[in-house]
Design a protein around this ligand. Sequence first.
Ligand code: B1M
Length: 211
Amino acid sequence: MYLNEIAQGVEEGQAKRVASLVSQAVEEKTDVKVILDSLLDGMSKVGKKFKNNEIFVPEVLISARALNYGLDIIRPILTDTGVKPIGKAVIGTVQGDLHDIGKNLVKMMLVGAGFEVIDIGVDAEAGAFVDKACEADADFICMSALLTSTMAHMKSVIDLLCERGLRDRFIVMIGGAPVTARYAEEIGADHYTADAATAAELAREVLGKKS
Ligand code: B1M
């Protein structure tokens, strides 16, 4: 098993080593969710060091790159459903926020759960969420925020939906490290989930109830 080594590789920012270990683990038919957990475990250690000022932005970026090398290998397995999309979601990281690892994971899980996902990227303004959701005739608007200073922009999207008389047309899901169920309730979002896998499960469940 390479799981500790994968986590360590992410922590140390060894992208090629992570890619090679993940490939080996996949070849040996290790459960892809377990591989994902070890990648995230490495990143969580990086997060703690970043918080304690033991490392800085460049090191975090190097680890994020290593994490992405690993994710690139498991992405096809996580997203391979081979069936017609069951619904559509627009996803993005809110205005002012450049964190995209969690958003990309939610996207991956949604695709894996059978959704077509339109990704509007990072630093996405309220209008971009609303316009894209209308254009794509989406079922869900999914927002991610990692900074306490940017999560307020989730409310801007909901306010804009209300302003344009569109609030009931879309199911709004939110998440990200500083976001809570209470915050979702406060701003009038429909759903909050703490992790990507639960977001995808819930989206399936909610859509089932809607139709
Ligand atoms: Co930033 N950063 N960062 N950072 N960064 C945090 C978020 C921070 C908590 C670190 C810390 O101090 N402990 C802190 C925020 C503090 C706060 O606001 N309370 C912080 C800061 C301060 C900053 C800067 C301001 C630093 C600076 O420049 N001085 C700056 C801001 C830039 C900006 O956005 N404008 C900054 C920059 C960066 C990097 C560019 C270096 C890099 C981002 C690279 C990238 O994303 N491409 C980075 C990173 C990597 C982190 C940490 C270390 C890791 C985040 C991450 O990717 N985690 C982070 C510390 C931490 O979170 N422990 C930190 C892994 C990812 C899988 O988790 O995104 O939480 P996460 O997603 C989870 C869940 O939250 C959930 O699913 C995922 C798990 O399954 N989820 C959803 C996410 N979105 C969802 C949506 C849903 C449902 C679930 O529904 C739609």
